[in-house]
Design a protein. Structure first.
Length: 566
């Protein structure tokens, strides 16, 4: 689908001049910083030097003091403690993190990941039964639980206390757990609201460490898990997340845990970034929960024995390969279904098949968004006979709010602006499709969405100096709300074009009014090969990055789109 190119509004001349003078940087770099909300020297200093010393006081989080006190009492009274978490990457890294932290100071600790297909999302009846059967009196829930009102009441009536560590949007009230940690809950004065679920678990570990004067160095081995969760859960790379991601990537690149040593591809070893985690590490961790069981991922990340680690990795690689096959099959099935109906007048995409694998429908929803660029929900049927859906949105649309406006038809839902999950009774499905599409139309003012590329600034190749390149790389880690800067350059021609694989373009790009040429890669842009080989002049939207090969890095332009001007 053709994309629109939108150049961002440029900051005020006053702010740009102030940044140039105070930081002794170019106008372009000043603009990039101002676009990211950095408008003075102190903000720039913190931005370019993320430090764990600047993490917020964990006791600013509502419920933290109660949570720490309850864990301490459980340890002193020799209680059995269960660490419970979601089956996705954020949940499994969170469980790994807190299990690893707690078992370093206490032995009576279990962990539990629900079965995606047989238990579903969140605190299940089976998990409560497990706690009862194993004489567990304290459950620490990670990356879910913020809407588990009935489950918590039932469990506590059986003598089980719960500490909920979540980051999803709560209802007007939170469950009546012993303690609830969620920066988004009402009355929480914690300064940063966008932590991952694993990040909230890290804050609990930090609080316990500080309260009882444990060595702060004990927290450092946990940071690679936090970085992986931040990348995989697509949370903003701002504020405290940026600090944690920076420190976690540093650990991933210097001394990763055994599991990650085996997961990191050799060509990016010591140079892992957020994008690498999203595309190379997270899918394999996720595969366990999607196809088999999320506990496999936890055991893998906890493993300290080389042979055990290799065995788990072999299983996870097999599961990931199986996931890829199922993913393709379901996507093709969904496309056949859509070809049979008129989708052109619809504002959303909704498909359903009771046989589809629940673990893969989120991936399929993302693929359909790429193809149709509409808010999308893919449904299947769960073990209880309800329809469960995985929702993915387009860039500018709050799909959680659209779902919430139709909650009368649902049995449960949750998530955030970009992604959500929901469940409903089968008899409500047709009405939900109609009402949801109407809601999308109303919220979008009757306009159809079109994919766009936001461009930070136009750039001449003469501006791309070594100092400029190095400064842009210091703006990493890149991710939501701190994306790798996007530039546009014009009057370009290609040399040495070649096709990589079946659809990728590798070439050198020369700007006619400069003497500068850069290597470039364009994923899925091989279709432009005939025009590029003919020497047609073009405009290009791109980011700047490093290409690593056999441990050596070279600068390259990563092409996002091309338009020919001839």
């Amino acid at each position: 689908m053709e994309k629109t190119w939108d150049i961002k509004q440029q900051p005020s001349t006053e702010i740009i001049n102030d940044l140039q003078q105070s930081l002794n940087i170019s106008e372009t770099l000043a603009i990039l910083l101002a676009q990211r909300g950095i408008t003075d020297f102190e903000q720039a200093k913190s931005y370019f030097n993320p430090s764990l010393d600047n993490l917020h006081d964990p006791f600013l989080m509502k419920g933290m003091a109660d949570a720490v006190s309850r864990i301490k009492n459980a340890i002193e009274d020799n209680e059995n403690i269960l660490i419970f978490g979601d089956y996705d990457v954020d949940g499994t890294t969170a469980v790994t993190l807190f299990y690893e932290f707690l078992t370093s100071i206490y032995s009576n600790v279990f962990f539990y990941i629900p079965d995606r297909n047989n238990e579903g999302y969140g605190i299940s009846q089976q998990s409560i039964d497990f706690a009862l059967d194993n004489n567990i009196s304290l459950v620490i829930v990670l990356d879910c639980g913020i809407k588990a009102h009935e489950q918590i009441l039932y469990a506590q009536s059986k003598g089980i206390d719960y500490i909920i560590c979540d980051h999803h949007l709560p209802d007007k009230s939170v469950p009546k757990a012993y303690a609830v940690l969620d920066p988004k809950q009402r009355g929480c004065r914690y300064p940063y609201k966008d932590l991952s679920g694993c990040g909230v678990g890290f804050k609990l570990a930090q609080a316990y460490t500080e309260k009882f004067n444990l060595p702060k160095e004990n927290l450092l081995p946990l940071l690679d898990l936090v970085a992986v969760s931040i990348a995989a859960d697509i949370v903003p790379i701002t504020g405290e997340n940026r600090i944690l991601a920076y420190a976690g990537l540093k650990k991933l690149n210097s001394e990763p845990r055994l599991a990650f040593q085996h997961l990191i591809p050799t060509n990016i070893r010591n140079n892992v970034n957020i994008s690498n985690v999203v595309f190379s590490i997270a899918p394999k961790i996720n595969a366990a929960g999607r196809i088999k069981h999320g506990s496999e991922a936890v055991r893998f990340m906890l493993s300290r024995d080389e042979e055990d680690c290799k065995r788990y990795l072999s299983d996870i690689n097999s599961l990931n390969n199986e996931r890829k096959v199922i993913d393709v099959d379901i996507t093709e099935s969904a496309l056949r279904q859509l070809n049979l109906i008129n989708t052109t007048e619809k504002y959303s995409t909704i498909v359903y098949d009771p046989t589809w694998n629940k673990g893969v429908i989120g991936i399929v929803a993302s693929r359909l968004v790429d193809l149709y660029y509409k808010p999308t929900i893919v449904f299947t049927k769960n073990y209880e006979g309800e329809l469960v859906g995985s929702a993915r949105s387009v860039q500018e649309f709050d799909i959680h709010e659209a779902i919430a406006r139709n909650k009368a038809l649902l049995t449960q839902f949750g998530g955030h602006m970009a992604a959500a999950g929901l469940a409903l009774k089968e008899e409500n499905f047709e009405q939900f499709k109609i009402d949801f599409d109407r809601t999308v139309k109303e919220m979008s003012d009757g306009r159809y969405f079109k994919p766009s590329i936001e461009i930070d600034k136009e750039l001449s190749f003469n501006d791309i100096t070594k100092t400029f390149l190095e400064t842009v790389m210091r703006m990493a880690p890149f991710g939501p709300e701190n994306m790798n800067p996007v530039f546009i350059s014009r009057n370009l021609v290609a040399t040495d074009f070649r096709l990589v694989g079946k659809e990728h373009a590798r070439l050198f790009v020369h700007q006619n009014d400069t003497r500068v040429t850069f290597p470039a890669i364009g994923f899925k842009l091989g279709k432009f090969g005939p025009q590029l080989e003919k020497g047609q002049t073009f405009e290009m939207v791109y980011t700047i990055g490093m290409n690593y090969w056999q441990g050596k890095g070279t600068w390259q332009l990563n092409i996002k789109d091309i338009r020919f001007t001839d």
